[in-house]
Design a protein around this ligand. Structure first.
Ligand code: GTP
Ligand code: SPV
Ligand code: MN
Length: 611
């Protein structure tokens, strides 16, 4: 057993509560060695990972990693929120008693890091100096070196973030043990993986994965589950799966900030990184703040503020290319130290590729391996059409690599929020954009956000998989109190943000084409929303909010079929009435839902019936 205190001392780790915590968990997991890491260790750790073939070179200053083939995404069934209070059980949080889960995880982790190094990663999920800093400090322990590389990119990492905490014990305790990935029974009745947030003890215990949100604990375990719980219990803030962007109008000098939630893999990264369409590029500029998490609070001036607690981007690779998202490609260009995970890799040229990177895969198969490491050239007829990259393959890069990152992205004061938008993948019913001016109706809209069930077996035709505020996989406390907390926080603001629902994914029922070109063109809908906010346009009232009048949407340089545009800017009342029935069942699951939310629901239903 290592001399824990000697190691922590020589690493300059001065917080006694952190030392106690490291000692406790090292006693359980039994590592051979302990190392405290700071961001400055990246160069050495990259070198070590390359030497051990844990990562591979992917061109100048870029790296490639592969996760175990049964460990490629978050697992919602294995994710649990535990507390000491049974009243914390909600519909989506998979609640279990804290004592039961701590005993379970301690058992699984006991001796599980034998022969390995335990890395101690002190981190901060906030720009230093943030008014929410006290909820942002954490210390992740992990026995996986490549997880450390990802954490250094995704969070601010270093002992300086935890040495001088006002309350030395106020860091989140985040323990990650990889486990024997080949023997965990992933997806079987004997599944041994557990991803637990013990929210009222601010302790995160994840066992059995080395991928993404399962393993980078600062990100969604702390940044979303723990933070939303902290925001609720403190009554001070909201922690949401939201992107955050700014729009600068060079002509008027105005700046706007918009945040919003779309369910996982529904376009947050792409929206926040967007370049304006060619024809609008001289006038407007989009600034990137964050693509996956925002914390929201009301500032002393009575405005709602938002900030991105992350330090990096863990973005979906699929369909990222020069047309859809040139900004993302630049963010992972040579020299950025980006890491690609589970894309296809050429072992001879060190190139990477994923579906949608180019129209067709590389013609010369020499050296190409698929995401599992199998040679593409050796594929038989059965595998011939399998994707080269995993559909959830991703790139990891720091915010500072994003070319349109806002100059004030690390300002601890955050930015004032002008609008909150929600959007899912819906092939019909949802127009391009509808604005909502009433706070309760906006919160109601977020609670009834959904995306289409992707396989027929997953749902009833026309029925959505509801994903309230895009937080379904990250919900840490019951939905009724969650809605009340939203009304409370936004209600405290004296200058209220506007709400809106957007949909980039409406399709033609006959041939299935997307009615809206999406990506960069999405700015047009947001510009209309800001004009509405400033009283420069009026829009058209509908039972479900205010829609753009056709001549209000700036379509300069966009060639769009007039029939498609008509559909994008109208409400299908019959489909909406059908949806209202599903919504009622959905909301009825949540005990304690505030009466204002039910009233908003009834108002929309009545307006549809009058229409
Ligand atoms: P998470 O990181 O999982 O939370 O996802 P995200 O919400 O950030 O989604 P992301 O922006 O990575 O997009 C997911 C997928 O949707 C990608 O394959 C995109 O190419 C595609 N996509 C994003 N925006 C649009 C759009 O406007 N139109 C269409 N048709 N596809 C889009
Ligand atoms: C998501 O699934 O919404 C993600 C990726 O952003 S992960 O960090 O793995 O949760
Ligand atoms: Mn996400």
């Amino acid at each position: 057993m290592v001399e824990v205190d000697a190691v922590l001392e020589s690493a300059g780790l001065k917080n006694d509560k952190v030392r106690e915590y490291v000692r406790y968990w090292a006693g359980i997991t039994g590592p051979e060695d302990i190392q405290v890491v700071s961001a400055a260790d990246d160069v050495r750790l990259i070198r070590e990972c390359l030497a051990a073939h844990e990562i591979l070179p992917a061109g100048e200053g870029r790296y490639y990693s592969r996760s175990y083939h049964k460990d490629t995404a978050r697992s919602e069934e294995r994710t649990i929120v535990a507390t000491n209070n049974p009243a914390d059980k909600g519909v989506y949080n998979n609640w279990r008693p804290a004592a039961e889960m701590k005993a379970k995880l301690t058992g699984l982790m006991r001796g599980a890091s034998a022969g390995k190094t335990m890395y101690v990663i002190p981190y901060l999920m906030a720009p230093p100096g943030s008014p929410l800093e006290k909820y942002a400090a954490g210390v992740q322990l992990t026995d996986n070196r490549s997880v450390v590389l990802h954490m250094i990119r995704m969070a601010r990492v270093g002992v300086e973030y935890i040495n001088e905490l006002a309350d030395p014990g106020s860091f989140a305790r985040a323990v990650h043990v990889t486990g024997d990935l080949e023997n965990l029974g992933q997806g079987t009745p004997d599944d041994k993986r557990y991803f637990v947030t013990v929210a009222d003890e601010r302790t995160i215990l994840h066992f059995g994965s080395s991928y993404g949100g399962n393993a980078l604990l600062g990100k969604i375990a702390h940044g979303l589950r723990q933070s939303s719980y902290d925001g609720w219990t403190s009554g001070r803030f909201l922690g949401e799966q939201f992107m955050l962007l700014g729009i600068v109008d060079r002509q008027t000098g105005k700046r706007y900030h918009i945040c919003g939630g779309f369910p996982s893999a529904s376009g947050k990264t792409n929206l926040a990184m967007m370049l304006p369409p060619e024809a609008l590029g001289d006038r407007y500029y989009v600034e990137f703040y964050g693509d996956d998490i925002a914390w929201l609070w009301v500032g002393e001036d009575g405005r709602l503020y938002g900030m991105n607690p992350e330090f990096g981007v863990f973005g979906v690779a699929r369909d990222t290319n020069e047309t859809t998202n040139p900004t993302a490609l630049e963010s992972v260009a040579p020299g950025t130290r980006a890491i690609f995970t589970n894309v296809a890799y050429n072992e001879k040229t060190h190139e990477v590729w994923w579906e949608g990177r180019t129209e067709n895969p590389p013609a010369d198969l020499d050296g190409w391996l698929d995401w599992k490491g199998n040679r593409i050239a050796d594929r038989g007829p059965v595998e011939a059409d399998d994707p080269w990259a995993h559909p959830n393959s991703r790139f990891t890069t720091t915010l500072s690599n994003v070319p349109n990152v806002a100059s004030d992205y690390a300002d601890p004061r955050g930015v004032p929020i002008d609008a909150i938008i929600f959007g899912g993948r819906t092939r019909d019913r949802e127009p391009l954009i509808r604005a909502i001016t009433d706070v309760a109706e906006g919160v109601y809209d977020g609670l009834t956000l959904g995306a289409e069930a992707t396989f027929a077996a997953e749902g009833v035709d026309g029925q959505l998989r509801y994903d309230p505020m895009s937080m379904r996989p990250f919900m840490s406390y019951p939905e009724g109190p969650y809605a009340a907390h939203w009304l409370n926080i936004v209600g405290q603001a004296t200058k209220r943000p506007l709400f809106a629902h957007v949909n980039w994914f409406q399709r033609d029922p006959e041939d299935g084409h997307f009615l809206w070109p999406g990506y960069r063109e999405n700015l047009r809908a947001l510009l209309w929303l800001m004009q509405l906010k400033d009283g420069e346009v009026e829009g058209v009232k509908s039972p479900a909010g205010i829609l753009p009048a056709k001549d209000e949407l700036n379509l300069d340089g966009l060639d769009i079929d007039p029939g498609d545009l008509d559909k994008l800017l109208s409400i299908d009342v019959a489909r909406w009435q059908q949806e209202m029935g599903f919504r009622e069942q959905h909301l009825a699951q949540f005990p304690g839902l505030p009466e204002e939310i039910w009233e908003a629901h009834r108002r929309v239903a009545a307006a549809l019936n009058d229409d």
